[in-house]
Design a protein around this ligand. Sequence first.
Ligand SMILES: Cc1cc2nc3c(=O)[nH]c(=O)nc-3n(C[C@H](O)[C@H](O)[C@H](O)COP(=O)(O)OP(=O)(O)OC[C@H]3O[C@@H](n4cnc5c(N)ncnc54)[C@H](O)[C@@H]3O)c2cc1C
Length: 400
Amino acid sequence: MTVDTSVLIIGAGPAGLTAARKLTELDIEYTLITREDRPGAYKACGGYIPSRALEEFELSKIPGAQYVRSIRMKFPSLEMKRMDFDEPVGVNVSRGDLGAALLKQIGRETERIWLNTECGQIESHGDLCKVRYTKENEIGSLSTNLVIDASGVNPVTLRFIPIRDRPTNSQMGYAVQYQLKTKKPLEIVNDFYYGSEFSPRGYAWSFSRGIEVAIGTGGLVNKVRENDKRTLSYLDELVSDTEPISTELQNAGYEIVRREAALMPLAGIVTPSCGKRVMLAGDAACHCSPITGEGIHYSMLGGQKAAEVAAKCVQKNDFSTKELSQYERLWTKSFGSDLKWGLWLQRRFLESGSSSMGSTFLNSEKSVRVIAEMLAGQRSVRSAILAAAPGYLISKLRRA
Ligand SMILES: Cc1cc2nc3c(=O)[nH]c(=O)nc-3n(C[C@H](O)[C@H](O)[C@H](O)COP(=O)(O)OP(=O)(O)OC[C@H]3O[C@@H](n4cnc5c(N)ncnc54)[C@H](O)[C@@H]3O)c2cc1C
């Protein structure tokens, strides 16, 4: 059976663009369609990427990237803690700059990337998938052997090919965020604010890129809905009344350049993530940390693994669910532990009240460092729990 394209990638976020880069390296023919004109430019995101992701994906030269060496954390009834690292633990970037850097890595193959193209209906038949799209007001269709759906938190394929249920409101996060511009540069430091003052049972953050700052707050959708206070009010209080960030912003002088609101999948390991000639990658597969909401690194890993399996399927001309299921094994082995233990920690930390966790985890300098390393993506979630948890938990976790 002849198809228009061997593999169709939907979405030019970190997952889709990394899948495209991998397929290019493996010399597998593909097409990527995405609705925006500039990948990443309109995505609501704090833009923090840990150093290990930059190394793994050779992303040392993202324009405008600001190295993060310091983390500040505010836990209920505790003073703000600050952790300074000798080396950068990651960078804060604008998502537009990240998108441009990821596109550049794909290099001469960019004619395979169709910008301004909206994916519509998708049908999975025994021998191919058929995808309708709209490109600059023209409607067209493409047939393909395999779809890598990297279309984000509301994956487009699930509307037509329901290989799994959508996450529930207790598995989904809702965040509001401002992108600010300041007159004078702020220190490059990432702040995490935990507790009911700052968010509806989630957390708030402020990630500085010098004269640009992403500042946001959020919580699980069910908690946001139960809450009488509007999520935006927490954000406004963060900007105007929460120390140290509010004074720093006042001193620098600022304007809000963009207001954003978005969902993030905080569900842990969600399966199945493939079947019927479709692989979900990135937010589409819930490849996002349930404890921090960070998903850029996991999405890139998800996209990379999906492309590796897609290449094998094309080479063998076997697109069976059995062959695709290698993908699920690969990504769960790579970062499933962070999603699993992140969910465990989220349930204890965010749902049962963070004050108890504050006293459990943050009772020593060592614990503060461990939590800071985890938030910065320097340490796995499991290893952070093992290093900071009291003895009775350690024996339980070692057996898990
Ligand atoms: C407020 C907020 C702050 C965050 N901060 C951080 C952070 O600091 N660090 C971090 O690591 N993560 C952060 N995240 C999470 C991170 O943004 C996501 O995990 C990550 O962007 C997921 O990448 P992705 O490629 O799977 O999806 P996305 O980046 O969402 O990309 C999806 C792509 O699919 C395209 N698309 C969607 N539907 C269609 C369609 N029908 N047709 C064509 N194209 C389509 C979109 O245009 C887009 O190009 C944050 C999330 C939020 C909401």
